[in-house]
Design a protein around this ligand. Structure first.
Ligand SMILES: [Zn+2]
Ligand SMILES: [Zn+2]
Length: 449
């Protein structure tokens, strides 16, 4: 992967400061000039996706670009619990006098999905995943759009250096899809290597929003996600002799139904929450009662106290079901909350969101900047805001689908391919254009002189 690197000084003269009124068309002219190179970078990234924990080439490309624009770049930031995973995080800093510190984050990883778009720049990459299975790899979440948008934003802001002040921090984050990349960067001392940001911004493409548009959600916009593993233990026996068993299959069935009351009976209807059992495995044969059954769950909430209460309920109900079933104490169920596969909710600071929404409406047109409702999907970007929302954060969404496809889906009733679908494809040029413009405007709103 190699990206065309246009001359920065030419861009600087194009964007030379001269009042806010004339900044707008100049930004558009600069974007016109940058887009062909950005689109070719995007297509190169799209054709060469890398799985979470393995983003080395993507990270190297991003680092090279940012260094070329004059940023001070640190590579290999990130520390995982598994020593064989390398940290591929990038931190790029541009110090420009006294002023606010603003962090902009782009995630870099792709998914184990075999691309079926048939695009000329489609991925044909296959690799072994962490479990050793051969998988297709695809940028099915559009993180290649995010990396490209960060490159474009970095270049424009470097060229506009005389118009802003403060410290700009650009982050290339690995392993968002496994939700352990932001944590790995913070665990590697991110906030002791850079000044702690006053604001953190990010952008994600949308598989439903029309190109040219930006959406925002004040307050909680994405849920926290916690993986939970439950082992229901019993006593195995011949299938014909249930009387000498403690049947974990029946107990697991009771448990799954019992935990349905957590959201419906224990939780306030005003606090959104989801408890899903996504996997159940137990037994080998119809005439054998097994010793144990394994369940894998995901828990989604916005509020931390709701998450804690649900996790406590999952544990309490497991013990209660075992007790009711007469399971001896030494075979009590094991309820394990994953420490690595967990991420807090994404909370868009209301004041920051209102400020940026107003700035973006001015820059992109009020009709192109839309308030959207929250969803129960998850992201690990919220971690950059630190516990208790210490740093105001905002994640914007950028439209990636052309109007024709949206109209066609509405007409036929066939839903558009969602993010993570093998058929998802953002329209490169207008998506990147709007992404770069929106992020540049958003940073300028916080850092302008
Ligand atoms: Zn994703
Ligand atoms: Zn994503």
């Amino acid at each position: 992967m190699k990206a065309a690197n246009l001359c920065l000084s030419g861009l600087t003269s194009l964007l030379l400061a001269s009042g806010a009124a004339s900044q707008q068309p100049k930004l558009d002219v600069a974007l016109d000039q940058e887009l062909p190179s950005l689109v070719s970078t995007y297509k190169a990234l799209h054709a060469a996706p890398e799985l979470s924990h393995h983003e080395d080439k993507t990270a190297a490309l991003l680092a090279g670009e940012l260094r070329g624009f004059g940023y001070e770049v640190t590579e290999h930031v990130g520390k995982y619990p598994r020593p064989e995973w390398q940290g591929h995080g990038i931190v790029a800093v541009m110090k420009n006098g006294a002023g606010p510190t603003v962090l902009v984050r782009a995630d870099m990883d792709a998914l184990p999905v075999e691309e079926q778009t048939g695009l000329p720049y489609a991925s044909h990459v296959h690799t072994k995943n962490d479990a050793g299975f051969d998988v297709g790899v695809m940028h099915a979440c559009g993180h290649d759009i995010h990396v490209t948008t960060l490159i474009g934003t970095a270049k424009l802001l470097a060229a506009m250096k005389d118009q802003w002040h403060g410290t700009l921090v650009l982050i290339g984050q690995p392993s968002e899809e496994t939700i352990d990349g932001a944590r790995a960067m913070l665990a590697d001392g991110l906030y002791s290597r850079i000044p702690r940001p006053d604001y953190a911004l990010a952008l994600h493409d949308s598989s439903e929003l029309e190109v040219g548009k930006i959406s925002y959600t004040p307050g909680y916009s994405l849920a926290s996600s916690t993986a939970v593993e439950v082992t229901i233990r019993g006593r195995g026996a011949h299938g014909s002799r249930p009387e000498v068993s403690k049947d974990p299959i029946v107990l697991a069935a009771e448990y799954i139904l019992a935990i349905q009351t957590i959201v419906s009976r224990e939780n306030s209807p005003f606090d959104p929450a989801v408890v899903t059992v996504g996997s159940i495995h137990g037994g080998t044969k119809g005439n054998i009662i097994p010793d144990e059954v394994h369940l894998q769950l995901t828990v989604r909430t916005y509020k931390e106290e709701v998450r804690q209460r649900i996790l406590a309920s999952l544990d309490r109900i497991a013990k209660g079901v075992a007790l009711a079933g007469g399971v001896p104490e030494d075979r009590a169920p094991i309820v394990k909350t994953s420490e690595t596969e967990a991420t807090p909710a994404t909370y868009n600071d209301p004041a920051l969101t209102a400020r940026e929404a107003a700035a973006l409406k001015k820059g992109l047109g009020a009709e192109n900047v839309i308030e959207d409702k929250p969803v129960m999907g998850s992201e690990d970007f919220g971690l950059f805001g630190l516990e208790g929302h210490q740093i105001p954060t905002l994640m914007l969404r950028v439209g990636a689908i052309d109007a024709d496809r949206i109209a066609n889906s509405q007409k036929t009733g066939v839903p558009l391919p969602s993010l993570h679908s093998a058929l998802f494809w953002p329209v490169p040029e207008p998506t990147i254009r709007t992404g770069v413009k929106a992020m540049t405007l958003a940073v300028m709103e916080l850092m302008k002189k």
